[in-house]
Design a protein around this ligand. Structure first.
Ligand code: BJ8
Length: 423
């Protein structure tokens, strides 16, 4: 990587902390990703993006800023990238997947907060996340209690914060609330850019995001093959990078990779042997660099064939209908697309269980591993009904509850190995 010290200093990063984080990350990446066998060549691009995630990509975002674009950071897949692009802005995801500055974090948050929330607080307090520091606006979404209450504190730590309220059920009034919030978000973007979003702008924003989702859907479909042509770890990595990379370039590279995977499927070349145990992961999102559970699963000899997660199917499923010829009609289409997301903060949330079942069927999975972050009430509570419903239908389920630490690695491996053996 080139020398980005000046850029990081200008962004206000703590260089010592940041060096420590990058060293850790680099080591984990080498041992988890680069040691895999039979990786498709197309993964080279994504390895490169990861190696430059804090370098070249941040430089690109700063260049965009110089040219007048605003960078919008967010923590939830309910923030529509279509609207951000339509406003001439760039969207970046800020969820974090590693423990950092935990002592500092526990001075402002209760200890029994989920790792995902503690992590982005740690990245902020430790001054190690260039995406957070480069963002012109940070959007906080009222989803679970942990997120919405922690945003009361987090909003004081950043210069420009926008709170987005989100519904908790799928009633008509809830849809109205979502539309209202998206209109308020549009107004905020327009105020920042000094420019109204036009019909063509929104059409183009929708087209770019639809293309990205179609490419990811193509990737998901290819993973249904037996043997699967790509590891779950690599597929997860691509889904994680979807939140950071330039959307047009990302789409192009995913499609190039899919062309290669199509050939591998035709030749029956897989990342693991044919009929290796196939697993769907379901549950909390796994943000970069949270690769712990997938690494354990694939080290146990299974192949992950789908992620029912916001960094995966739940976040990317469904495109937006771009056929309306008024702005209001397009906003309605955006609302309709996002209103289908079946996050566990919604109640009741039967659709999610149905989707997991459907994914297990479509991918020919031998089992589902439910991944709950410790102290995440929405997903852990739902995991009981997921297990009950799926097992009634003959799908084996393993419920895991963990955090970002490495302390439970031994115990996780033992449980996962036993599960992989019986499925
Ligand atoms: S739409 S899943 S990205 S809210 S793990 S912080 S739920 S206590 S992340 Fe999410 Fe949007 Fe829903 Fe998706 Fe709370 Fe649970 Fe922590 Fe979580």
């Amino acid at each position: 990587m080139a020398d980005y010290t000046k850029m990081w200093t200008d962004l206000g990063l703590n260089l010592d902390n940041h060096d420590a984080l990058l060293e850790n990350l680099g080591g984990a990446y080498q041992s988890i990703f680069m040691s895999q066998e039979h990786r498709p060549e197309g993964m080279g691009y994504f390895d490169f993006v990861m190696s430059e995630a804090h370098g070249l990509r941040i430089q690109e975002l700063r260049d965009e800023q110089e040219a007048g674009r605003k960078i919008i950071g967010s923590f939830c897949v309910f923030v529509p990238e279509e609207l951000v692009l339509a406003a001439g802005c760039t969207s970046v995801g800020l969820c974090a997947g590693a423990d950092f500055a935990q002592e500092e974090v526990e001075k402002v948050l209760p200890r029994n907060t989920c790792s995902l929330i503690k992590s982005f607080f740690g990245f902020k307090l430790g001054k190690v996340c260039p995406y957070m520091e480069v963002s012109d606006l940070i959007v906080g979404e009222n989803t679970c209690d942990g997120k919405k209450k922690s945003f009361e504190i987090f909003s004081q730590m950043v210069p420009n914060f926008f709170q987005m309220d989100l519904p908790q059920n799928k009633a008509p009034m809830a849809r109205k609330l979502l539309k209202h919030e998206y209109e308020a978000f549009i107004a905020k973007l327009e105020e920042m850019t000094g420019k109204r979003i036009g019909l063509e702008d929104l059409k183009q924003g929708i087209a770019a995001v639809n293309a990205k989702r179609n490419a990811l859907a193509r990737l998901s479909k290819l993973r249904m093959a037996n043997p699967s042509p790509i590891s779950g770890l690599d597929a997860l990595l691509i889904n994680q990078i979807a939140f950071l990379d330039n959307p047009v370039r990302f789409t192009e590279k995913v499609n190039v990779l899919c062309d290669e995977l199509e050939l591998l499927v035709k030749e029956k070349k897989g990342v693991k042997v044919e009929n290796a145990p196939r697993v769907v992961i379901s549950g909390c999102p796994m943000a970069i660099p949270n690769w712990k559970v997938p690494a354990v699963i694939e080290a146990a000899g299974a192949v992950i064939v789908g992620e029912e997660s916001c960094i995966g199917e739940r976040g990317q499923r469904n495109t937006t209908d771009a056929s309306a010829d008024t702005i209001d009609g397009l906003i309605d289409a955006v609302v309709d697309r996002y209103f289908k997301i079946d996050c566990a903060v919604f109640t009741p949330n039967q659709e999610r269980v149905e989707h997991i079942k459907e994914m297990a069927e479509n991918t020919n999975a031998d089992g589902v591993i439910h991944y709950g972050l410790q102290f995440c009430q929405p997903y852990i509570m739902e995991s009981f009904s997921v297990e009950k419903t799926l097992e009634k239908d003959g799908v084996s389920v393993l419920r895991l509850e963990t955090d970002y630490s490495q302390e439970d690695m031994g115990q996780l491996s033992t449980r996962v190995e036993a599960f992989v053996e019986i499925i």
